[in-house]
Design a protein around this ligand. Structure first.
Ligand SMILES: Nc1nc2c(c(=O)[nH]1)N[C@H]1C(S)=C(S)[C@@H](COP(=O)(O)OP(=O)(O)OC[C@H]3O[C@@H](n4cnc5c(N)ncnc54)[C@H](O)[C@@H]3O)O[C@H]1N2
Ligand code: MOO
Length: 449
């Protein structure tokens, strides 16, 4: 049997006066809206083309000069006057005098007069007097022995840039000629402001001679995990210690979102160390993401330290969200430049899901990219959801098959299950109102990656 769950991304009641109640759970949408309301796109900067890839252009770029800049050949062959090759056949070829070679890059090609041809390479300028290009395959290539398959290399047979060539077919005027300006005309709009610069756009900018462009830069994201139990991968684990995976996941997520990630190793659960590290790092940060230390334990130093910020230091609000995983969250802006700071929960899956739902959209907003969040798709969930916390939106790890529109769950709901997370390619959204779902229910699915 199939039923339909409420869409999880639908409208949510606006926050009421209960907003300041510290016990109130914020909805996912309220928290995201609060973040997006406080994040402004970064100021544009002029970047070299390779650095501008993936960035949003903030200027209209016009074509400064015609592209191609001159008439040029689209084939390796012979530049000819059309009247000279009229009616030519293999049996009765037009025999022309070869006056020289025109290679790509040639600045002053020789003029082609009546009864003459110039051997021309792809991309080389059409010589004065020539009206069309005959591909070498339609000639004897100057060898006098039937149709040529290719030109003789100049290094091997230099005399072929002279002598005679037999042309086996006629050509129409402008045949195999790429006209000046046939790609883009002077003054034409090459790329409009708002364009995201992918490989082809970077290529166009280079082709029209632009070395730099004005774009919104990639945000520099400082990623810091906290916890005295954390040991860096590659190091031996002592009793009670675990490897720091969150700082790696978050850095990878940040890069994936288009940002530049600076991964700071794990910081001990010590307020002074955390403060000092943040102060040091703030100089190179457009955003800061921390993991751990935000719940209700005796060593939850992130919450302890950051909820005490005041004045010039900025402020970070800690709140519970009506979601699972990812209930405890901190968000605020710190330092004189009010750099956005995301204090994510330490449980690895909570941390990852929180990044996807809140940090990724913020980073995209900093870059001026739209849409900021991933668009959910609807799919039929092959598995039953046996339990989901009432009043909380649950995000379950899953494999989504776009082909047949189905999704199946991977692993359980536990927020420590990193292996299952690594097998997932999507999150299934179980709405707040649902405490269970039957197999066959249509659900919202957030594709990942
Ligand atoms: N009494 C309560 N306890 C907890 C609650 C609660 O409401 N009441 N909430 C739980 C939820 S939900 C979450 S999520 C976590 C959040 O805890 P913290 O953000 O304070 O994170 P930690 O305590 O530092 O760590 C939690 C867990 O994750 C592991 N961890 C932390 N950092 C890393 C890292 N960089 N790499 C890998 N694993 C990491 C850590 O060892 C812990 O196992 O609080 C619940 N508790
Ligand atoms: O809500 Mo916590 O983030 O489940 O594990």
């Amino acid at each position: 049997m199939s039923s339909t769950a409420d869409t999880a991304t639908g409208s949510v009641p606006a926050p009421t006066d209960g907003r300041d109640d510290p016990g109130r759970l914020w909805t996912v949408d309220e928290h995201l809206a609060d973040i997006l309301a406080k994040v402004r796109p970064l100021e544009p900067i002029e970047l070299q083309l390779p650095e501008a890839q993936g960035c949003v252009l903030v200027e209209d770029v016009t074509v400064p000069a015609a592209l191609p800049p001159f008439d040029n050949s689209s084939m390796d062959g012979y530049a000819v006057r059309t009247a000279d090759v009229e009616g030519a056949t293999e049996e009765f070829p037009a025999v022309l005098t070869v006056i020289g070679d025109v290679a790509a890059g040639s600045g002053t090609p020789p003029a082609v007069g009546p009864g003459e041809a110039a051997r021309i390479m792809t991309g080389a300028p059409l010589p004065p007097g020539a009206e069309a290009v005959v591909p070498v395959e339609w000639t004897d290539g100057g060898a006098g022995a039937g149709p040529a398959a290719a030109m003789a290399a100049h290094s091997a047979v230099p005399e072929r840039s002279g002598g005679e060539v037999r042309i086996h077919r006629p050509v129409a005027a402008r045949a195999h000629v790429r006209a000046r300006g046939s790609d883009a005309c002077t003054g034409e709009l090459a790329l409009a402001a708002g364009t995201v610069l992918g490989p082809a756009q970077i290529g166009l900018l280079a082709a029209i001679g632009r070395a730099t462009v004005l774009v919104r830069p990639r945000p520099r994201v400082v990623v810091m995990s906290t916890g005295s139990e954390l040991v860096q991968p590659g190091e031996e684990l002592a009793p009670g210690r675990i490897h720091d995976s969150n700082s790696f996941v978050l850095s990878a997520c940040a890069r994936d979102a288009g940002a530049i990630a600076y991964r700071v190793g794990a910081v001990d659960d010590d307020a002074a160390t955390l403060r000092a590290t943040l102060e040091d790092q703030l100089i190179r940060a457009d955003a800061v993401v921390t993991s751990g230390g935000v719940s209700v334990g005796a060593y939850d130093v992130v919450k302890e330290t950051l909820s005490g910020l005041a004045g010039e230091e900025g402020s970070v609000a800690f709140r519970g969200l009506a979601m699972q995983p990812g209930k405890p969250q901190g968000f605020g802006r710190i330092g004189p430049d009010r750099v956005p700071l995301f204090a994510l929960p330490g449980n690895p899956v909570s941390c990852y899901v929180s990044f996807e739902l809140f940090v990724r959209p913020a980073l995209r907003a900093l870059m001026g990219l739209e849409p900021v969040d991933r668009t959910p798709v609807r799919a039929v969930c092959a598995d039953a959801v046996t339990s989901s916390p009432e009043g909380r939106r649950q995000f379950l790890r899953a494999r989504y098959e776009a082909g047949d529109g189905t999704v199946s769950l991977v692993g359980g709901a536990g927020s420590h299950l990193v292996k299952a997370l690594a097998q997932a390619n999507a999150l299934v959204v179980v709405p707040e109102a649902a405490t269970a779902l039957e197999a066959g229910t249509e659900v919202d699915v957030i594709p990942l990656g």
